[in-house]
Design a protein around this ligand. Structure first.
Ligand code: ATP
Ligand code: CA
Ligand code: CA
Length: 435
């Protein structure tokens, strides 16, 4: 794992699209980066820059393998956004286009979007619907201002908005955004929470087949999970979430969710490395059940030692068997080391995430990697119709297509609710009853 997904190579159905996306990004982003920085103007928010790629190339555009057209939207705004999110311009291009390696996440869901991870797992390319694209352009100034005023926003971090078009092909719009989950830590459980209960259940029976499935609201409630944050962290988190939700409500956005990846420190990173690991790291340890191998990386003495051993192990694995499908990274997790921690960002302060804390603010045994995703759905006509039809058959407050104001309130209240321990919740219920 760390490496979900299928490697997109030349035999992959979407190879040409992926190749063109990366070529377009490489050329257009480096073009903007090469210029002297300047203040944004109104026109920057509406700007789009078109390039036509072909096999010969010209003075403006280098030659490419395939013919295609590429559009870069609001390049200066996104350059600024990348700077606000403190990405290093060279690293950004290197991660995405240093080598043309992407991995594709599963098959597209309901929405039909495709997801691709950069080879170092830091960035996600998501194809978006034309309506989402139009909506992001329309609200870009609000988003930009929000990021400027809220450097710790929990909302998806957008680093680029582009379009590719192949001859006779459809226009494909896509965004580049942050991967909330780190390359160097196993995520043991994932939840996608909306604060709704209808249809928000992953069949737990299927977890055996797919242990890394994304769980939903009902799974969270059934497990009596609780987002364990001490007073300080809880306040930071809820205050930021509140501000983000205010923006989402104002922009009439809905259908977004809180994505939470949980790294369990007591389990460590074992599942990356499986049985081979045991032989190399702990020759004396007997192999246990596959589901529960002892944590190896976390227990070895020093980080440098880990890096060295990981490298040896990687060579060993490479020599013995073909690289598994989906092995998009060519570094072992610990070699990537601290490059994923993002100093200065509140919700990335602990090993790239936000460590659980007890009520007394002492650290607990989990690290949360979290953020608000899928926030480009405008409450437009489609949702109104959905609301109408679903409203005929269900309790209106429980369906997911609520008007944005109610959606936002329900979402925030749910998340606030899950930050309470069961004692707190009990006290809160008693308090409400007395009111
Ligand atoms: P739908 O509209 O049907 O919900 P979608 O195609 O718009 O689907 P998203 O809801 O954006 O897709 O994401 C689907 C899943 O992809 C999430 O539940 C999560 O597992 C993963 N994912 C999306 N964005 C990120 C991100 N920024 N970091 C890590 N994982 C992500
Ligand atoms: Ca979604
Ligand atoms: Ca969506």
């Amino acid at each position: 794992r760390v490496l979900v997904g299928t490697k997109v190579d030349e035999s992959h159905a979407n190879w040409v699209t992926a190749y063109n996306m990366l070529t377009g990004i490489r050329v257009s982003v480096s073009r903007t980066n090469a210029k002297l920085d300047r203040e944004l103007t109104d026109a920057d928010f509406e700007a789009k820059q078109k390039s036509t790629f072909d096999i010969t190339g010209n003075e403006l555009v280098p030659s490419a393998k395939y013919d295609f057209k590429f559009k870069d939207y609001a390049p200066w705004v996104f350059r600024r956004l990348r700077a606000l999110f403190r990405l290093d311009p060279a690293d950004y291009l290197m991660s995405l286009t240093g080598k043309y390696i992407l991995s594709e996440l599963g098959s597209p869901g309901k929405s039909g979007s495709f997801f691709y991870f950069s080879r170092d797992y830091k960035y996600i390319i998501k194809t978006i619907h034309h309506s989402e694209h139009k909506f992001l352009r329309k609200t870009l100034r609000d988003y930009y201002n929000h990021v400027q005023n809220n450097p710790n926003t929990l909302l998806s971090q957008f680093y680029g908005l582009h379009r590719v078009k192949m001859p006779y092909g459809k226009k494909i719009h896509f965004v580049v955004m942050n991967n909330l989950f780190p390359p160097h830590r196993d995520i043991h459980t994932t939840f996608d929470l909306k604060g709704s209960t209808i249809g928000r259940d992953y069949r737990e029976d299927d977890l055996g087949k797919n242990p890394r499935a994304t769980l939903k609201d009902l799974n969270w409630l059934r497990r009596q999970k609780h987002l364990e944050l001490g007073i300080k962290k809880k306040q930071l988190f809820l205050e930021q979430l509140q501000k983000d939700v205010v923006l989402l409500k104002r922009l009439q956005i809905m259908d977004y969710s809180l994505l939470i990846g949980i790294h369990d420190i007591s389990r460590g990173n074992e599942e990356n490395l499986r049985d081979k690991t045991l032989q190399v790291f702990n020759p004396g340890v007997e192999k246990t059940a596959d589901d529960d191998p002892p944590s190896v990386i976390m227990r070895t003495p020093s980080k440098m030692e880990n890096v060295r051993k990981a490298r040896e192990l990687r060579e060993k694995i490479r020599a013995e068997r073909p690289v598994p499908i989906g092995q998009a990274l060519d570094k072992m997790p610990d070699e990537l080391g601290d490059s994923h921690t993002r100093p200065g960002f509140v919700f990335n302060q602990d090993d790239g995430g936000f460590r659980a804390t007890h009520e007394n603010n002492q650290p607990a045994d989990e690290i949360y990697y979290l953020g608000v995703i899928d926030c480009l759905t405008h409450y437009g006509m489609i949702k109104k119709i959905e609301h109408f039809w679903k409203g005929l058959s269900h309790d209106r407050s429980q369906i997911s297509a609520l008007p944005p104001e109610q959606y936002g309130d329900r979402f925030y209240n749910f998340v606030e609710g899950i930050t309470m321990s069961s004692e707190e919740a009990r006290r809160e219920i008693l308090r409400k009853e007395q009111e």
